[in-house]
Design a protein around this ligand. Structure first.
Ligand SMILES: NC(=O)c1ccc[n+]([C@@H]2O[C@H](COP(=O)([O-])OP(=O)(O)OC[C@H]3O[C@@H](n4cnc5c(N)ncnc54)[C@H](O)[C@@H]3O)[C@@H](O)[C@H]2O)c1
Ligand SMILES: O=C(O)C(=O)C[C@]1(C(=O)O)C=C[C@@H](O)C=C1
Length: 360
């Protein structure tokens, strides 16, 4: 058996991201022992109960000097103070990184303060917060930005690139300032818009009726507003300079769109261009499982559906390799299944359609 790449690893802030990194390290046998520090005792209790980490700490101390790797995963607003507070305890040969959504202020403050610090930001997440929502799959196939600077030791960068790859993600080096300008547009402005759209609904005199009418469009566009308000508030405030530029550009676009309401042909061209852009987004697969021949079966909200579907396929000798319940709509749902071959996929389709299910 090969020894894990890292001995002791410390995670500072054991929430959604910290927990997901810890689970990734654990599932891929990348660390001998995972330690966590969090000011919230409940987070530490949950992390232990869910076996996300091996040891928990309520305060920094001598244990930090034994770490090979330290990962800061607290909200952006406290990353700098936390990093500075931990620095005196860190072993000079240890490696440090963070997963914060904003890079320039963090990298500027912590480079040369925490030993071998290289900033990082996995471009993946969810609208849930806390360690109970953490899972290793969150980081699989994600682009993971690393922001080395002139002070970065090449071996530190190489170790972090390897770690990111071992966690199933793709390392991408970007300068911290450029990172902040780009994520203002691709992540932080969408968050502000999600808040704004919810505000628009909340302040309307027909709020209750509006809520009732919210279909896929509103739900898709505003999902991120359900995330941790503290995490997201810190993120947009820390990146406010870059965000102001993005808001200004979007304001001009909205005014243009308003004018184009009177010029339907121009609006059609704008909409077609938007469709080309949106359709060209690379597909991010959220799992390292090999590509499956998939079927999605629509099921009514009645007891016993999973059992009916799996028994029908089992009786026909069809093996389900992958099984996932999709909560697409509140009143019913769908089951996604993966099969090893196209033949099995087709056979499964026939069986399920034969007993009255809609399959795609
Ligand atoms: N949620 C996402 O989608 C996402 C994606 C990429 C990166 N990030 C970044 O990851 C980091 C963590 O976000 P999250 O979504 O896991 O939030 P979270 O709320 O799920 O977890 C944050 C954890 O940090 C702890 N914490 C608070 N103050 C702390 C301190 N001073 N020291 C140590 N821990 C402290 C909290 O108690 C909590 O357990 C943030 O910097 C965020 O910008 C988040
Ligand atoms: O909720 C998601 O799916 C996310 O990817 C969260 C998201 C984003 O929307 O860009 C939010 C903040 C981050 O720093 C990275 C990712």
């Amino acid at each position: 058996m090969m020894a894990p790449v890292f001995g002791k690893v410390g995670i500072f802030g054991i929430g959604l991201l910290g927990g997901s990194v810890a689970l990734g390290l654990r599932e891929r046998f990348l660390a001998e022992e995972i330690h966590a520090y969090d000011p919230n005792p409940q987070a530490l209790e949950d992390a232990l109960a869910l076996q996300v980490v091996d040891r928990v700490h309520t305060a920094p101390g001598g244990w930090i000097g034994e770490l090979d790797l330290g990962i800061l995963a607290a909200p952006v607003g406290v990353l700098v103070v936390e990093g500075q507070r931990l620095a005196p305890y860190a072993h000079p040969d240890s490696l440090w990184t963070d997963v914060g959504s904003v890079k320039a202020p963090v990298v500027q403050a912590l480079s040369g303060v925490l030993p071998n610090f290289v900033g990082g930001h996995p471009m993946a997440g969810s609208e849930k917060a806390g360690v109970e929502a953490a899972h290793a799959g969150l980081l699989e196939n994600a682009v993971w930005v690393l922001t080395p600077g002139p002070q970065t030791v090449p071996e530190s960068l190489a170790k972090l690139r390897k770690l990111v790859g071992d966690l199933g993600a793709y390392p991408l080096e970007v300068a911290p300032e450029l990172h902040d300008r780009l994520v203002a547009r691709i992540s932080h402005l969408p968050y502000l818009l999600a808040i704004g759209l919810n505000r628009l609904v909340a302040q309307d005199e027909h709020r209750d009726l509006l809520m009732y009418l919210a279909a896929g469009g509103f739900r898709d566009l505003t999902r991120v507003a359900s995330g941790s308000p503290r995490m997201s508030r810190d993120m947009v405030v820390a990146n406010r300079a870059a965000l102001r530029g993005a808001i200004e550009d979007l304001r001009a676009i909205l005014l243009e769109l308003e004018d184009q309401l009177e010029a339907p042909e121009t609006l059609l061209a704008t909409a077609e261009e938007a469709k080309r852009t949106r359709d060209a987004l690379p597909i991010v697969k959220r799992s390292l499982l090999p590509v499956m021949n998939e079927l999605v079966v629509q099921v009514p909200d009645k007891p016993g559906q999973i059992s009916i579907v799996s028994t029908a396929l089992g009786s026909a000798g069809i093996n389900i390799k992958n099984f996932e319940v999709l909560a697409i709509r509140d009143e019913g749902g769908a089951i996604r299944m993966g099969f090893a071959s196209r033949e099995e996929q087709e056979a499964a389709r026939r069986v399920l359609e034969g007993i009255g299910y809609r399959v795609r």
